[in-house]
Design a protein. Sequence first.
Length: 202
Amino acid sequence: MKGDCFVGLKELKDGESSLGFLRNSFYFRCTRRIGEVLKADRTHPIHRHRTIEALQQTKIRKNGERIMTRLTKKAILAVGFGTTHRAESKATIEAIENMAAERFPEYEVRRAYTSEIVRKILKERDGLLVDNTWEALESLRKDGFQEVILQPLHIICGEEYQEKVLDAAAQYQDAFDKIAVGRPLLTTIGDYRAAIEALKAQ
């Protein structure tokens, strides 16, 4: 299964970091991934995607007379490897989260990091607590969210994505009415071609 989502990628020119790569070219592609997930079941075959029919508004009839309307609580969980550099976080991760919040105002945007080393450094150095994927999903469950979209900020379908995004989503598939997982930035051949064209334009 893992071999299906690995595609060869030459090293980025001049040793450019993956976060810099995101910053320069692909904010819009992460929010586009979220849009793809929100459309009718167009997720990639490698993803574990479970959907239970849910209405935007659920009408509940009480005592045969009273109708109450309950709005579905929705969240987008932006899951990245993480960074200990404040400037990089602001220029990349926060920028993507802000774009997602602007494009999908009906969703609350939350954050999770998959790197335990990064999370430990942030906690010990800055007193900053960032959830891992499981902790973030558990928090969403306790807060009463019914719909969750996990959007990875990883570049490729590596181990972090497979083991710390997909596996976590699978374990929480019964905790929400709807849970779906987006694709990493570079998943298909078409993604690589688009990346090449974007870099040419830099």
